[in-house]
Design a protein around this ligand. Sequence first.
Ligand code: NA7
Length: 544
Amino acid sequence: MANNQAEKTVDVVIVGAGFSGLYLILKLRELGLSFRVFEAGSGVGGTWYWNRYPGARCDVESMQYSYSFDEDLQQEWEWSEVFAGQPEILKYANHVADRYSLRDDIEFNTSVVSAHFNEVTNRWAVTLDSGEIVNTQYCIMATGCLSSPRAPDFKGMDSFKGKTYHTGEWPHEDVDLTGLRVGVIGTGSSAIQAIPVIAEQAGHVTVFQRTPNYSIPSRNGAMSNEYAQAWKSEYQTRREIQRTTPNGNYYDRSKIGAMDVGDDERRRIYEESWKAGGTQFMASFKDLSLNQAANDTASEFVRERIREIVDDTDTAELLAADGYPIGTKRICVDTRYFETFNRDNVRLVDISKHPIDEITETGLKAVGEAFEFDAIVYATGFDAMTGTLLKIDIQGRNGLKLQDKWEAGPVSYLGIMVGGFPNMYTITGPGSPSVLCNMMVAIEQHVEFVADSLADMQARGADVIEADLDAEAAWVEHGIEVAYKTLYPKAASWYMGANIEGKPRVFMPYIGGMANYAAKCREIVADGYPGFVINNTPPEVKSA
Ligand code: NA7
């Protein structure tokens, strides 16, 4: 069965025990399939297991960033804040694992090193870091989109004698920065969440900024009973509405364009959105991601707020993002980020024109200055969406390596299967809405699609399912077409692979909208899986 070490052949291997992996276990149990689940961490929760940096918090409201598959679960769980922090989300993941007794089915501290498809047996050989090889019919990569921290490669990094941290690999034990001189490198979402919290503890914080970011105040607060009950009393309806939106979030979206109203009315609307807070700001008008002139008005409004908040005019000017449209790098949501630069113990250093020279024994050298630190925090992001998959040696038909197939950027059919890699599903893979959507909505939709597909395979008595290469090419072309109708490709973002040197510049997530995407998936299921090639392999071939 699922966790039987002696049993070397299973129906399914699941890689990862984040929110995708946990839900998959339940679905596979329903289907009566045998499976093994491998998780590199020592606990469940995926991104929420690893990202323990101070201030780590979800930018989707807690009532919406949670599973919807079980009415009892969503009724009984109580969130303490409107936007839950990492410890509470991890607690929720653990609660789910306990509630459905999932833990016994997961092999922790176990990494998958390689997965090779055998064309004779139509089985995958999955090699673990222990050396064990597991044979499986299906391989489901539930490896997450932001699960490979981007290791910085500054000269002299190893020489630093102080403490070094990466936001994406924060230690599990308490980190006490009280009174210390801390350098933070990066001003992405992780840094924007961490800096205000670190600044309250540390003696002094120096922030090294290469690119300023747009950020909207979260207006986070304690979850009121009324708010929670408003959700719980109509949870099913609201979840259904979430699924019919472009990004899996339940909130009002404007139906008018930013240039359809006069200056005063536009400002009034932005002010209202700013006051309400959160990523919903980008829904102030319907065309902020599509129309440069419209976007310019939103970008300028946020820059004005930054200038208003930050006392020192030079610092404010450095923090006021420019040069790319607001929202085209993932919009950040903060708690007193810009205000933090008014503190006496926080300094911003602009490294946009001159990169950091080197890390030294005592700190770092940049912009002609030697900085001394007790601790350096690398908030330098992730090799997003493809990093984790490409770290595993995945070989499909004819020894085709995923690294080679994706040399010019990731290609897939629906972000769920890659041509030439039969029986391998990717949950929220590149080519699916994934990171452009509330991840919980994206995850549930993908897990359910995969479970339906496996049930269909059982019903047909089929052995092999794979993406048709023409369907894959058409999907990739469609993905590019919709992406280039938006402003997103204008930014050097991790969506574009631009944060990793040498990574192909391809817009990786599917931006056609979650609702459209899910409708397309439903249509595919109803029509008998067009775009997938499904074969019944004779048993004698299988056992050859
Ligand atoms: P991000 O958003 O990729 O941010 C990484 C930050 O680190 C960003 O400001 C980078 O500047 C900076 N960076 C990276 N390398 C360097 C070097 N070599 N020198 C200076 N600065 C550097 O990662 P996060 O972890 O903050 O957030 C990722 C997602 O997690 C986020 O979007 C949410 O979805 C949750 P750059 O912009 O590249 O100039």
